[in-house]
Design a protein around this ligand. Structure first.
Ligand SMILES: Cc1cc2nc3c(=O)[nH]c(=O)nc-3n(C[C@H](O)[C@H](O)[C@H](O)COP(=O)(O)O)c2cc1C
Length: 398
């Protein structure tokens, strides 16, 4: 019976159906990201791969990104703005001349392949370990609270690279905050010098920005305290303003993860209010984009991190309302169907894919042609060599 139904469908009907479905959503069409022209609306999400020897991006890193350069936009893996801001070994940073030169290999190669690339600039705050810090210093934070269960990737007691527990941090003194703001601005300038098209400020996933924004983590008493929303957002807005002053708003994006719980970020009653206020400030400043990571369903080690029952979908629409000239990107469990629906409905502008890009260098062509996807192999996500990094095959009909 079912076979009969399909037999009765003429190819012309199928084509017509496909034309109607696909032409209504511009996922595979150009997009003007505040002056950076993208060839489609598919974004490669930032993916830490911990494969940079001496924390410098090398030729292999360049090859990995170039294989994925058909994405409309690539956002680099988190790139630390300073040694203090680093929480994982073998992350390619953006604060030394050698690191800038190293990244230039990637940006030149991605541009030659017709791609566009932003650098995700990153300070982990308390999610670090003395074995990664200069002279074994204690990691710093907005807070003096230890992130329960948070693991950094540093050296164990035997000096071997391993997951190591993040200790109780040292709370930053007020005048040190200005120093970090300037380090973000310098990192942004370095990223432009390294040939990136712009930067994404890493305001997501429980790192330094969230340590200021979350009132259950921020235990300060100065003008960055949790006493008021203005205070909680002060550091984030100061960084945005300093980075914008250095490289221009059209080259600046920010990643956020409302309702995210990574690295001991408890939910608090004012989550919507916090991110709506932040979005309205970003909208006024006309940044290039806001990149939302939906953490529900995100797997860390063996644990599924759930955003839980929240107002997340509604929040997305509210944020969009405050961003008339700023693109909205969504990441987390994205599929072609979801991308088409959300972009078609005007909820988001660009759709970001993380793990699918690890396993599918030609993800855009696979999505466009409905070709099957390679499955990502978790054991090779972080660290190691070429395996699970530059050896995932492109699709072949055979
Ligand atoms: C191996 C791995 C590394 C990641 N590294 C980063 C990172 O450096 N910065 C960041 O903001 N998110 C990072 N993420 C989160 C991804 O950008 C993305 O939001 C997440 O994987 C959800 O998207 P997906 O369901 O398409 O994989 C990482 C995720 C994975 C799996």
């Amino acid at each position: 019976m079912i076979g009969g139904l399909f037999d009765a469908m003429q190819p012309a009907h199928i084509c017509q159906y496909q034309r109607i479905t696909y032409s209504m959503t511009p996922v595979f069409e150009d997009f003007d990201l505040s002056g950076t022209l993208l060839k489609n609306r598919i974004v490669m999400a930032p993916l830490t791969r911990s494969r940079a020897p001496r924390d410098v991006a090398d030729e292999r890193v360049a090859l990995y990104y170039t294989q994925r350069a058909t994405a409309g936009l690539i956002v680099s893996e988190g790139t630390p703005i300073s040694r203090e801001g680093q929480g994982y070994l073998f992350n390619p940073g953006i604060f030394t001349p050698e690191q800038i030169a190293g990244w230039r290999l990637t940006t030149n190669s991605v541009h030659a392949a017709g791609g566009r690339m932003f650098a995700q600039i990153w300070h982990v705050g308390r999610v670090s370990h003395p074995s990664i810090q200069e002279d074994g210093k204690t990691p710093v934070s907005a807070s003096s609270k230890r992130p329960s269960g948070a693991m950094a990737y540093g050296y164990d007691a035997d000096g071997k690279p391993d997951l190591v527990e993040a200790p109780t941090p040292r709370q930053l003194a007020t005048d040190e905050v200005a120093r970090i703001v300037q380090e973000f601005a310098q990192a942004a300038a370095n990223a432009i010098e390294a040939g990136f098209d712009g930067v994404e400020i890493h305001g997501a996933n429980g790192y330094l920005f969230e340590q200021f924004m979350n009132p259950l983590v921020n235990d300060r008493t100065d003008q960055y305290s949790a006493a008021t929303l203005e205070n909680r957002l002060r550091f984030t807005l100061e960084v945005i303003d300093a980075v914008v002053a250095r490289i221009g708003a059209n080259r600046v994006g920010i990643r956020i993860s409302p309702y995210g719980q990574l690295f001991d970020m408890p939910h608090y009653p004012e989550i919507d209010e916090t991110y709506i206020t932040l979005a309205s400030e970003i909208g006024r400043r006309q940044l290039a984009y806001v990149h939302v990571m939906d953490q529900s369903g995100f797997v860390v080690g063996e644990t599924v991190v759930g955003a839980g029952e929240t107002g997340f979908p509604g929040l997305l629409r509210k944020l969009k309302g405050y961003l008339p000239n700023t693109a909205l990107i969504l990441a987390g469990g994205m599929t072609r169907e979801r991308a088409e629906k959300l972009i078609g409905d005007g909820v988001i502008d660009l759709a970001a894919f993380g793990t699918p890009f690890i396993a599918n260098p030609d993800l855009v062509a696979r999505l466009k042609n409905d070709w099957p996807l390679n499955m990502p192999i978790r054991s090779t996500f972080y660290g190691g060599g070429a395996e699970g990094y530059i050896d995932y095959p492109a699709y072949t009909a055979a």
